[in-house]
Design a protein around this ligand. Structure first.
Ligand SMILES: CC(C)(COP(=O)(O)OP(=O)(O)OC[C@H]1O[C@@H](n2cnc3c(N)ncnc32)[C@H](O)[C@@H]1OP(=O)(O)O)[C@@H](O)C(=O)NCCC(=O)NCCS
Length: 210
């Protein structure tokens, strides 16, 4: 009997030799507090770029609560257990089989970690996740002045349209392959193990209650 083909160790969503010294893994449902902390650390301009408008702390609190309730999929960029970047994927359809048919994505990276390949790594994971959920199109919106997001989207062959100060990028997503499914499963398994270690580290760093 022939052995099943082994997946190549070069997963396109995990480029070798990251330049940033952190790691990208999926966020647990219980970690939306970390997402809020990350969004709160974004300066006013970054928040504007991320949400397409000026947003305050109250908006971010509501947003994080809503994200926790919805079936969003979030990949986080972690440095020493702290979330410093996020890629979020949301299905646009109603609950049910067509939920992921069209999806939207959004990205945020804290300033000191920009231009180190974090956004690209997050986007590769999000595109793979969209692919594995059989999304046909992945949309991303940003301000028309947001060159960083547009250049990043173009790297993934997304098409851009501009209207009223806003740019919408639409990426046609290919169907899943055995490899894309295996890579996501392997990635999530190692990510889950790391998440457990992060959880333990956070619990141990909390002051003991007597
Ligand atoms: C957009 C954003 C997520 C990019 O994150 P990042 O980690 O800096 O991106 P990367 O380092 O992976 O860059 C990947 C590519 O994107 C392009 N890019 C990133 N930042 C850029 C910039 N400021 N100007 C031009 N191109 C840029 C480049 O092609 C880059 O590749 P290179 O460094 O090899 O030239 C980050 O700038 C950000 O968080 N901005 C604020 C929030 C936001 O605008 N979100 C988008 C709307 S949802």
């Amino acid at each position: 009997m022939t052995e099943p083909a082994q997946p190549s160790m070069t997963d396109p969503a995990s480029p070798a030799g990251p330049r940033h010294g952190g790691l990208v893994r999926r966020l647990l449902a219980s970690e939306t507090g970390l997402l809020l902390d990350h969004l709160m650390r974004l300066d006013a301009e970054s928040r504007h770029d991320r949400f397409g408008m000026a947003v305050g702390d109250a908006f971010l609190r509501q947003y994080a609560e809503r994200t926790a309730r919805l079936d969003d999929l979030i990949y986080g960029f972690f440095v020493d257990g702290e979330l410093r970047g996020a890629g979020e994927l949301r299905g646009l359809g109603p609950e049910g089989p067509s939920h992921w048919r069209a999806a939207e994505a959004a990205f945020s990276v804290e300033r000191p970690w920009r231009r180190l390949g974090v956004g690209e790594q997050l986007m590769a994971r999000i595109v793979r996740a969209a692919r594995n959920r059989r999304a046909a199109t992945l949309y991303m919106s940003c301000l028309s002045r947001n060159r960083a997001m547009q250049t990043l989207a173009r790297k993934f062959s997304a098409e851009l349209t501009f209207e009223a100060g806003e740019a919408t990028t639409a990426l046609t997503v290919e169907g899943p392959t055995a490899f894309s499914l295996i890579y996501e499963a392997m990635d999530d398994a190692t990510g889950f193990a790391t998440a457990m270690l992060d959880l333990q580290r956070r619990a141990l760093s909390r002051p003991a209650r007597l």
